[in-house]
Write a protein that binds this ligand. Sequence first.
Ligand code: FES
Length: 104
Amino acid sequence: PKVTYELPDGTVHDVDVPCGQSVMDGSVRNNLPGIVAECGGSCSCATCHVFLEAGESFFDEPTDEERELLEFAEGVRPNSRLSCQLIISDGCAAVRVTVPGTNG
Ligand code: FES
């Protein structure tokens, strides 16, 4: 499924992210800047912080662990998520995230 990333520099990138991979994977594998993902996706760094602008219904609610980590991210908004916890599945469509400029 296609995921749209709006980067800190204002550019917008559409990436095809395979099912089972995370929104973080889709960014890192395509060398998009902004999602640092220091911990490699194990939900322990918060440098994969994004704003989930569209498609929230396709993803599970944040776990307690994710919520706690998000407290360490800068500029948190109600739609803040850790992109390594946003796993793409078959039905995903029109998922869109904004990458804040403050990760890592
Ligand atoms: Fe570290 Fe997501 S990559 S919490």
